[in-house]
Design a protein around this ligand. Structure first.
Ligand SMILES: [Zn+2]
Length: 461
Protein backbone atom coordinates (compact mmCIF):
# COMPACT_ATOMS: atom_id res chain seq x y z
CA UNK A 1 0.00 0.00 0.00
CA UNK A 2 1.32 3.44 -0.88
CA UNK A 3 2.22 5.78 1.95
CA UNK A 4 -0.43 8.38 1.03
CA UNK A 5 -3.33 5.97 1.00
CA UNK A 6 -2.09 4.43 4.25
CA UNK A 7 -2.16 7.90 5.88
CA UNK A 8 -5.67 8.49 4.49
CA UNK A 9 -6.83 5.13 5.82
CA UNK A 10 -5.42 5.95 9.25
CA UNK A 11 -7.20 9.33 9.14
CA UNK A 12 -10.47 7.65 8.23
CA UNK A 13 -10.12 5.14 11.08
CA UNK A 14 -9.27 7.97 13.48
CA UNK A 15 -12.40 9.94 12.55
CA UNK A 16 -14.53 6.82 12.63
CA UNK A 17 -13.33 6.13 16.18
CA UNK A 18 -14.01 9.76 17.16
CA UNK A 19 -17.47 9.49 15.65
CA UNK A 20 -18.31 6.33 17.61
CA UNK A 21 -16.86 7.72 20.84
CA UNK A 22 -19.08 10.81 20.54
CA UNK A 23 -22.03 8.55 19.74
CA UNK A 24 -21.43 6.45 22.88
CA UNK A 25 -21.09 9.61 24.97
CA UNK A 26 -24.38 11.04 23.67
CA UNK A 27 -26.23 7.83 24.44
CA UNK A 28 -24.82 7.26 27.87
CA UNK A 29 -27.31 9.42 29.79
CA UNK A 30 -28.14 7.41 32.83
CA UNK A 31 -31.44 9.09 33.45
CA UNK A 32 -31.97 8.31 37.12
CA UNK A 33 -33.75 11.25 38.72
CA UNK A 34 -33.75 10.04 42.32
CA UNK A 35 -32.65 12.99 44.44
CA UNK A 36 -31.66 12.71 48.10
CA UNK A 37 -33.68 15.37 49.92
CA UNK A 38 -32.38 17.03 53.08
CA UNK A 39 -35.14 15.28 55.07
CA UNK A 40 -34.10 11.87 53.72
CA UNK A 41 -30.43 12.65 54.38
CA UNK A 42 -31.25 13.60 57.96
CA UNK A 43 -33.27 10.40 58.45
CA UNK A 44 -30.54 8.16 57.00
CA UNK A 45 -27.79 9.93 58.97
CA UNK A 46 -29.63 9.39 62.26
CA UNK A 47 -29.10 5.61 62.07
CA UNK A 48 -25.80 5.76 60.20
CA UNK A 49 -23.80 3.98 62.90
CA UNK A 50 -26.40 1.19 63.29
CA UNK A 51 -26.60 0.82 59.54
CA UNK A 52 -22.83 0.45 59.28
CA UNK A 53 -22.61 -1.92 62.24
CA UNK A 54 -25.18 -4.14 60.54
CA UNK A 55 -23.48 -4.55 57.17
CA UNK A 56 -19.90 -4.20 58.34
CA UNK A 57 -20.48 -7.51 60.12
CA UNK A 58 -21.94 -8.67 56.78
CA UNK A 59 -25.14 -9.51 58.51
CA UNK A 60 -28.31 -10.43 56.71
CA UNK A 61 -31.22 -11.38 58.90
CA UNK A 62 -32.27 -14.95 58.13
CA UNK A 63 -35.98 -14.16 58.13
CA UNK A 64 -37.57 -13.44 54.80
CA UNK A 65 -39.16 -10.01 54.53
CA UNK A 66 -42.22 -9.86 52.33
CA UNK A 67 -42.63 -6.55 50.50
CA UNK A 68 -46.14 -5.89 49.15
CA UNK A 69 -46.21 -4.19 45.77
CA UNK A 70 -49.04 -2.44 43.96
CA UNK A 71 -48.36 -2.10 40.23
CA UNK A 72 -50.08 0.78 38.42
CA UNK A 73 -49.92 0.66 34.62
CA UNK A 74 -50.83 3.81 32.68
CA UNK A 75 -52.39 3.37 29.24
CA UNK A 76 -53.51 6.16 26.94
CA UNK A 77 -57.12 7.29 27.42
CA UNK A 78 -58.36 5.00 24.65
CA UNK A 79 -56.75 2.02 26.39
CA UNK A 80 -53.86 1.54 23.97
CA UNK A 81 -50.18 1.40 24.88
CA UNK A 82 -48.65 0.62 28.24
CA UNK A 83 -47.08 -2.49 29.76
CA UNK A 84 -48.73 -5.89 29.56
CA UNK A 85 -49.32 -8.26 32.46
CA UNK A 86 -46.39 -10.39 31.23
CA UNK A 87 -44.09 -7.37 31.63
CA UNK A 88 -45.27 -6.90 35.22
CA UNK A 89 -44.58 -10.57 35.94
CA UNK A 90 -41.06 -10.05 34.55
CA UNK A 91 -40.51 -6.99 36.74
CA UNK A 92 -41.50 -8.84 39.93
CA UNK A 93 -39.41 -11.87 38.92
CA UNK A 94 -36.40 -9.61 38.23
CA UNK A 95 -36.71 -7.96 41.64
CA UNK A 96 -36.99 -11.33 43.35
CA UNK A 97 -34.01 -12.71 41.41
CA UNK A 98 -31.73 -10.01 42.84
CA UNK A 99 -33.21 -9.19 46.24
CA UNK A 100 -33.51 -12.78 47.41
CA UNK A 101 -29.87 -12.10 48.39
CA UNK A 102 -31.28 -9.49 50.79
CA UNK A 103 -33.87 -12.03 51.96
CA UNK A 104 -36.52 -9.80 50.44
CA UNK A 105 -39.45 -11.21 48.51
CA UNK A 106 -41.75 -8.96 46.50
CA UNK A 107 -45.33 -9.97 45.93
CA UNK A 108 -48.36 -8.31 44.43
CA UNK A 109 -50.79 -7.37 47.18
CA UNK A 110 -53.59 -6.91 44.65
CA UNK A 111 -53.87 -7.35 40.90
CA UNK A 112 -52.35 -4.73 38.59
CA UNK A 113 -54.14 -1.38 38.59
CA UNK A 114 -54.65 -0.50 34.89
CA UNK A 115 -55.36 3.21 34.39
CA UNK A 116 -56.39 4.80 31.08
CA UNK A 117 -55.22 8.41 31.20
CA UNK A 118 -53.64 10.65 28.57
CA UNK A 119 -52.89 13.06 31.44
CA UNK A 120 -50.48 10.67 33.17
CA UNK A 121 -49.45 8.35 30.31
CA UNK A 122 -46.57 10.76 29.71
CA UNK A 123 -45.82 11.62 33.30
CA UNK A 124 -44.07 14.69 34.70
CA UNK A 125 -42.80 14.68 38.27
CA UNK A 126 -44.82 17.84 39.02
CA UNK A 127 -47.88 15.53 38.75
CA UNK A 128 -46.70 13.18 41.49
CA UNK A 129 -48.90 14.44 44.32
CA UNK A 130 -52.04 14.30 42.19
CA UNK A 131 -51.20 10.76 41.01
CA UNK A 132 -50.49 9.75 44.61
CA UNK A 133 -53.78 11.10 45.93
CA UNK A 134 -55.71 9.38 43.15
CA UNK A 135 -54.03 5.98 42.97
CA UNK A 136 -51.59 5.30 45.83
CA UNK A 137 -52.34 2.33 48.09
CA UNK A 138 -50.98 3.19 51.51
CA UNK A 139 -48.26 1.11 53.16
CA UNK A 140 -47.32 -0.82 50.03
CA UNK A 141 -44.67 -0.06 47.41
CA UNK A 142 -46.55 1.63 44.55
CA UNK A 143 -44.78 1.24 41.19
CA UNK A 144 -46.11 3.40 38.36
CA UNK A 145 -45.29 2.49 34.74
CA UNK A 146 -45.55 5.36 32.25
CA UNK A 147 -44.87 5.82 28.54
CA UNK A 148 -42.35 8.49 29.51
CA UNK A 149 -41.18 10.08 32.74
CA UNK A 150 -40.03 13.71 32.91
CA UNK A 151 -38.15 15.31 35.76
CA UNK A 152 -37.71 19.10 35.59
CA UNK A 153 -38.52 18.93 31.88
CA UNK A 154 -35.92 16.24 31.10
CA UNK A 155 -36.88 12.75 29.95
CA UNK A 156 -35.57 10.20 32.46
CA UNK A 157 -35.72 6.46 33.08
CA UNK A 158 -37.41 6.88 36.42
CA UNK A 159 -36.99 7.79 40.04
CA UNK A 160 -37.67 6.58 43.56
CA UNK A 161 -37.62 7.99 47.07
CA UNK A 162 -35.15 7.14 49.83
CA UNK A 163 -36.49 6.16 53.26
CA UNK A 164 -37.49 9.10 55.44
CA UNK A 165 -39.61 9.94 58.47
CA UNK A 166 -42.45 10.85 56.05
CA UNK A 167 -41.92 8.10 53.49
CA UNK A 168 -43.16 8.22 49.92
CA UNK A 169 -43.73 4.62 48.88
CA UNK A 170 -43.64 5.07 45.16
CA UNK A 171 -41.42 4.60 42.13
CA UNK A 172 -42.05 6.00 38.65
CA UNK A 173 -40.57 4.19 35.66
CA UNK A 174 -40.55 4.71 31.93
CA UNK A 175 -41.90 1.54 30.29
CA UNK A 176 -38.80 0.91 28.17
CA UNK A 177 -36.63 1.10 31.31
CA UNK A 178 -38.96 -1.02 33.45
CA UNK A 179 -38.17 -4.05 31.33
CA UNK A 180 -34.44 -3.48 30.68
CA UNK A 181 -33.45 -5.78 33.56
CA UNK A 182 -31.55 -3.25 35.69
CA UNK A 183 -33.39 0.08 36.10
CA UNK A 184 -36.13 -1.34 38.32
CA UNK A 185 -33.52 -3.05 40.51
CA UNK A 186 -31.60 0.27 40.65
CA UNK A 187 -34.63 2.36 41.70
CA UNK A 188 -35.75 -0.22 44.26
CA UNK A 189 -32.15 -0.05 45.56
CA UNK A 190 -32.70 3.64 46.31
CA UNK A 191 -36.02 2.77 47.97
CA UNK A 192 -34.00 0.48 50.26
CA UNK A 193 -31.43 3.22 51.05
CA UNK A 194 -28.74 2.30 48.51
CA UNK A 195 -26.84 5.26 47.12
CA UNK A 196 -25.19 5.41 43.72
CA UNK A 197 -21.71 3.89 43.86
CA UNK A 198 -20.42 7.43 43.15
CA UNK A 199 -22.24 8.74 46.21
CA UNK A 200 -25.56 10.14 47.30
CA UNK A 201 -25.84 12.74 44.54
CA UNK A 202 -27.17 11.72 41.16
CA UNK A 203 -24.86 13.88 39.04
CA UNK A 204 -21.77 14.72 41.06
CA UNK A 205 -18.55 12.81 41.59
CA UNK A 206 -17.23 11.16 44.74
CA UNK A 207 -15.03 12.15 47.66
CA UNK A 208 -14.32 8.47 48.40
CA UNK A 209 -10.61 7.68 48.11
CA UNK A 210 -9.26 4.86 45.97
CA UNK A 211 -7.21 3.52 48.93
CA UNK A 212 -10.45 2.81 50.83
CA UNK A 213 -9.50 4.86 53.90
CA UNK A 214 -12.83 6.75 54.02
CA UNK A 215 -15.10 4.12 52.45
CA UNK A 216 -17.48 4.01 55.44
CA UNK A 217 -18.25 7.70 55.34
CA UNK A 218 -17.91 8.77 51.70
CA UNK A 219 -19.24 7.59 48.36
CA UNK A 220 -22.00 5.05 48.96
CA UNK A 221 -20.73 4.39 52.53
CA UNK A 222 -19.98 0.78 51.59
CA UNK A 223 -16.49 -0.67 51.49
CA UNK A 224 -16.93 -3.49 49.01
CA UNK A 225 -17.76 -1.04 46.22
CA UNK A 226 -14.54 0.69 45.15
CA UNK A 227 -14.41 4.49 44.79
CA UNK A 228 -16.39 5.51 41.72
CA UNK A 229 -15.93 8.97 40.15
CA UNK A 230 -19.32 8.72 38.30
CA UNK A 231 -18.82 6.65 35.19
CA UNK A 232 -21.73 8.00 33.14
CA UNK A 233 -20.52 7.84 29.52
CA UNK A 234 -17.16 6.34 30.53
CA UNK A 235 -17.90 2.65 29.87
CA UNK A 236 -17.23 1.11 26.47
CA UNK A 237 -19.10 -1.59 24.58
CA UNK A 238 -17.05 -4.28 26.37
CA UNK A 239 -18.08 -2.85 29.74
CA UNK A 240 -14.56 -1.52 30.36
CA UNK A 241 -14.06 1.76 32.23
CA UNK A 242 -12.48 4.27 29.83
CA UNK A 243 -11.92 7.21 32.20
CA UNK A 244 -8.57 8.29 33.66
CA UNK A 245 -9.67 10.50 36.56
CA UNK A 246 -7.72 10.49 39.81
CA UNK A 247 -8.81 11.05 43.42
CA UNK A 248 -7.48 13.65 45.88
CA UNK A 249 -4.36 11.52 46.41
CA UNK A 250 -3.70 11.29 42.68
CA UNK A 251 -4.70 7.59 42.56
CA UNK A 252 -6.51 6.34 39.47
CA UNK A 253 -10.06 5.10 39.99
CA UNK A 254 -10.92 1.50 39.22
CA UNK A 255 -14.71 1.47 39.61
CA UNK A 256 -17.11 -1.43 39.15
CA UNK A 257 -18.78 -1.32 35.73
CA UNK A 258 -21.23 -4.14 36.39
CA UNK A 259 -22.80 -2.62 39.49
CA UNK A 260 -26.52 -1.88 39.26
CA UNK A 261 -26.20 1.22 41.48
CA UNK A 262 -23.57 2.72 39.16
CA UNK A 263 -24.02 4.90 36.10
CA UNK A 264 -22.42 2.27 33.87
CA UNK A 265 -24.12 1.35 30.60
CA UNK A 266 -27.42 -0.31 31.49
CA UNK A 267 -26.54 -3.46 29.56
CA UNK A 268 -23.38 -3.88 31.69
CA UNK A 269 -25.20 -3.62 35.02
CA UNK A 270 -26.01 -7.04 36.45
CA UNK A 271 -24.76 -7.25 40.02
CA UNK A 272 -24.92 -5.88 43.54
CA UNK A 273 -22.32 -6.51 46.25
CA UNK A 274 -22.78 -8.33 49.60
CA UNK A 275 -22.67 -5.00 51.48
CA UNK A 276 -25.33 -3.54 49.18
CA UNK A 277 -27.56 -6.58 49.76
CA UNK A 278 -26.94 -6.29 53.49
CA UNK A 279 -27.76 -2.56 53.57
CA UNK A 280 -30.98 -3.24 51.63
CA UNK A 281 -31.83 -6.00 54.13
CA UNK A 282 -31.33 -3.57 57.03
CA UNK A 283 -33.49 -1.01 55.26
CA UNK A 284 -36.30 -3.50 54.59
CA UNK A 285 -36.31 -4.51 58.27
CA UNK A 286 -35.91 -1.12 59.94
CA UNK A 287 -36.93 1.56 57.43
CA UNK A 288 -39.84 -0.24 55.77
CA UNK A 289 -41.32 -2.20 58.68
CA UNK A 290 -44.63 -0.37 58.29
CA UNK A 291 -45.32 -1.98 54.90
CA UNK A 292 -48.19 -4.43 54.98
CA UNK A 293 -50.84 -5.93 52.80
CA UNK A 294 -53.99 -6.40 54.80
CA UNK A 295 -55.50 -8.84 52.34
CA UNK A 296 -52.41 -11.07 52.04
CA UNK A 297 -53.72 -14.28 53.56
CA UNK A 298 -57.09 -13.96 51.90
CA UNK A 299 -55.65 -13.02 48.57
CA UNK A 300 -53.35 -16.00 48.42
CA UNK A 301 -55.27 -18.65 50.24
CA UNK A 302 -57.64 -17.87 53.07
CA UNK A 303 -60.72 -20.00 53.36
CA UNK A 304 -61.98 -19.04 49.93
CA UNK A 305 -61.48 -21.89 47.51
CA UNK A 306 -62.73 -23.36 44.29
CA UNK A 307 -63.37 -26.79 42.93
CA UNK A 308 -63.79 -27.04 39.22
CA UNK A 309 -64.63 -29.65 36.66
CA UNK A 310 -63.92 -29.49 32.96
CA UNK A 311 -65.92 -31.19 30.29
CA UNK A 312 -63.69 -32.05 27.40
CA UNK A 313 -65.20 -30.99 24.14
CA UNK A 314 -65.64 -31.94 20.54
CA UNK A 315 -63.64 -29.51 18.44
CA UNK A 316 -66.34 -29.58 15.78
CA UNK A 317 -69.06 -28.32 18.08
CA UNK A 318 -67.19 -26.21 20.69
CA UNK A 319 -69.25 -27.70 23.48
CA UNK A 320 -66.68 -27.41 26.27
CA UNK A 321 -67.87 -26.38 29.71
CA UNK A 322 -66.39 -25.53 33.09
CA UNK A 323 -68.37 -26.03 36.27
CA UNK A 324 -67.32 -24.27 39.45
CA UNK A 325 -68.05 -24.83 43.11
CA UNK A 326 -66.89 -22.11 45.46
CA UNK A 327 -66.53 -22.60 49.18
CA UNK A 328 -65.48 -20.49 52.15
CA UNK A 329 -65.07 -16.75 52.19
CA UNK A 330 -68.09 -14.50 52.49
CA UNK A 331 -71.04 -14.79 50.13
CA UNK A 332 -72.17 -13.54 47.70
CA UNK A 333 -69.36 -14.28 45.25
CA UNK A 334 -68.65 -12.42 42.05
CA UNK A 335 -67.21 -14.11 38.99
CA UNK A 336 -65.17 -12.67 36.14
CA UNK A 337 -64.03 -14.99 33.38
CA UNK A 338 -61.36 -14.12 30.82
CA UNK A 339 -63.98 -14.52 28.07
CA UNK A 340 -66.04 -11.76 29.73
CA UNK A 341 -68.65 -14.03 31.34
CA UNK A 342 -69.70 -13.08 34.86
CA UNK A 343 -71.64 -16.23 35.77
CA UNK A 344 -70.47 -19.16 37.88
CA UNK A 345 -70.41 -21.88 35.23
CA UNK A 346 -69.57 -21.28 31.59
CA UNK A 347 -70.37 -23.41 28.56
CA UNK A 348 -70.26 -23.56 24.74
CA UNK A 349 -66.50 -23.13 24.97
CA UNK A 350 -63.87 -23.75 22.36
CA UNK A 351 -60.57 -25.25 23.45
CA UNK A 352 -58.14 -22.99 25.30
CA UNK A 353 -57.18 -21.51 28.63
CA UNK A 354 -59.70 -19.66 30.74
CA UNK A 355 -58.87 -17.51 33.73
CA UNK A 356 -61.43 -17.03 36.46
CA UNK A 357 -61.24 -14.33 39.12
CA UNK A 358 -63.59 -14.78 42.07
CA UNK A 359 -64.12 -12.05 44.63
CA UNK A 360 -66.21 -12.38 47.74
CA UNK A 361 -68.14 -9.87 49.83
CA UNK A 362 -65.15 -9.41 52.13
CA UNK A 363 -62.97 -8.26 49.24
CA UNK A 364 -60.93 -11.47 49.08
CA UNK A 365 -59.81 -12.43 45.61
CA UNK A 366 -58.67 -15.74 44.20
CA UNK A 367 -58.03 -16.81 40.67
CA UNK A 368 -57.76 -20.05 38.78
CA UNK A 369 -56.51 -20.93 35.35
CA UNK A 370 -58.39 -23.76 33.69
CA UNK A 371 -57.65 -25.43 30.39
CA UNK A 372 -60.34 -26.89 28.16
CA UNK A 373 -59.03 -29.45 25.69
CA UNK A 374 -60.98 -30.14 22.55
CA UNK A 375 -60.55 -33.26 20.45
CA UNK A 376 -61.52 -34.07 16.93
CA UNK A 377 -61.75 -37.75 17.82
CA UNK A 378 -64.84 -39.49 19.09
CA UNK A 379 -64.17 -38.47 22.68
CA UNK A 380 -67.19 -36.49 23.70
CA UNK A 381 -68.49 -35.24 26.99
CA UNK A 382 -65.83 -37.14 28.87
CA UNK A 383 -66.01 -35.66 32.30
CA UNK A 384 -62.70 -35.57 34.13
CA UNK A 385 -62.72 -34.43 37.70
CA UNK A 386 -59.38 -32.85 38.55
CA UNK A 387 -60.21 -31.14 41.80
CA UNK A 388 -57.55 -30.68 44.42
CA UNK A 389 -57.74 -28.49 47.49
CA UNK A 390 -54.34 -27.73 48.97
CA UNK A 391 -54.51 -26.34 52.48
CA UNK A 392 -52.38 -26.22 55.55
CA UNK A 393 -52.80 -27.37 59.13
CA UNK A 394 -50.17 -26.75 61.80
CA UNK A 395 -47.51 -26.12 59.21
CA UNK A 396 -48.25 -29.36 57.34
CA UNK A 397 -49.46 -29.26 53.81
CA UNK A 398 -52.38 -31.48 52.92
CA UNK A 399 -54.19 -32.02 49.67
CA UNK A 400 -57.77 -33.09 49.42
CA UNK A 401 -58.71 -34.82 46.20
CA UNK A 402 -62.37 -34.94 45.34
CA UNK A 403 -62.33 -37.15 42.24
CA UNK A 404 -63.72 -40.66 41.91
CA UNK A 405 -60.72 -42.62 40.57
CA UNK A 406 -57.43 -43.62 42.13
CA UNK A 407 -54.38 -42.43 40.27
CA UNK A 408 -50.81 -41.36 40.68
CA UNK A 409 -49.57 -37.94 39.66
CA UNK A 410 -46.68 -35.53 40.14
CA UNK A 411 -46.74 -33.08 43.04
CA UNK A 412 -44.15 -30.34 43.39
CA UNK A 413 -43.81 -27.83 46.21
CA UNK A 414 -41.37 -24.95 45.97
CA UNK A 415 -40.75 -22.12 48.39
CA UNK A 416 -40.89 -18.53 47.28
CA UNK A 417 -37.17 -18.50 46.53
CA UNK A 418 -37.61 -21.36 44.09
CA UNK A 419 -36.12 -24.09 46.30
CA UNK A 420 -37.83 -27.40 45.58
CA UNK A 421 -39.00 -28.85 48.90
CA UNK A 422 -40.88 -31.79 47.52
CA UNK A 423 -41.22 -33.38 44.11
CA UNK A 424 -42.57 -36.86 43.79
CA UNK A 425 -45.45 -38.97 42.61
CA UNK A 426 -48.35 -39.11 45.03
CA UNK A 427 -51.13 -41.67 45.02
CA UNK A 428 -54.54 -40.07 45.23
CA UNK A 429 -57.53 -42.15 46.28
CA UNK A 430 -61.16 -41.07 46.03
CA UNK A 431 -62.26 -38.52 48.62
CA UNK A 432 -59.09 -38.74 50.70
CA UNK A 433 -56.80 -36.21 52.22
CA UNK A 434 -53.17 -36.73 51.33
CA UNK A 435 -50.54 -35.38 53.69
CA UNK A 436 -47.41 -34.39 51.81
CA UNK A 437 -44.48 -35.99 53.66
CA UNK A 438 -42.28 -32.98 54.22
CA UNK A 439 -40.93 -31.41 57.37
CA UNK A 440 -42.96 -28.80 59.17
CA UNK A 441 -43.15 -25.70 57.01
CA UNK A 442 -42.09 -22.30 58.28
CA UNK A 443 -44.44 -19.38 57.86
CA UNK A 444 -44.37 -18.08 54.32
CA UNK A 445 -45.62 -18.63 50.83
CA UNK A 446 -45.30 -21.84 48.85
CA UNK A 447 -46.22 -22.74 45.32
CA UNK A 448 -47.78 -26.11 44.69
CA UNK A 449 -48.14 -27.78 41.31
CA UNK A 450 -50.28 -30.86 40.93
CA UNK A 451 -50.40 -32.89 37.77
CA UNK A 452 -49.39 -29.81 35.71
CA UNK A 453 -52.96 -28.64 36.01
CA UNK A 454 -53.47 -26.86 39.27
CA UNK A 455 -51.15 -24.13 40.39
CA UNK A 456 -51.65 -22.41 43.68
CA UNK A 457 -49.70 -20.17 45.96
CA UNK A 458 -50.59 -20.96 49.51
CA UNK A 459 -49.68 -19.13 52.65
CA UNK A 460 -48.74 -21.15 55.72
CA UNK A 461 -49.36 -19.33 58.98
ZN1 LIG B 1 -30.22 6.27 40.75
Amino acid sequence: MQLESLVNLKKTIFFLILFFLSFIKLNAQNECATILTSEEEEYLSAAKVLRQAFYSSNKTNADIIYIPVQNHVFHSSNGTGGLLENDITTVIATLNYYYKNSHIVFYECSPTDNINSDTYYDFDNTQESSVASLYDISNVLNIYYCNSVYSSGTSVCGYAHFPSSTPKDRIFLKNSCATNGSSIVHEVGHYFSLYHTHGSSNNGTTTELVNGSNCYTDGDELCDTPADPNIDGLVDANCQYTGNATDANGDFYSPLTDNIMSYSSKSCRDSLTPDQYSRANYSAIYDRAYLSCSSLASYYCGSLGTVWAVKYCDANSNNGAIGITVSGGKQPYQYLWSNGDTVEDISNLSGGTYILIISDAAGCIISDTITVLCYTSSIKEKEINTSFIPYCINGKLEIKYTGNYSFRTNVTIVDILGNVLFSDQVLFSPQTENVIPIEKLNSGMYCITISNQTYKVIYVN
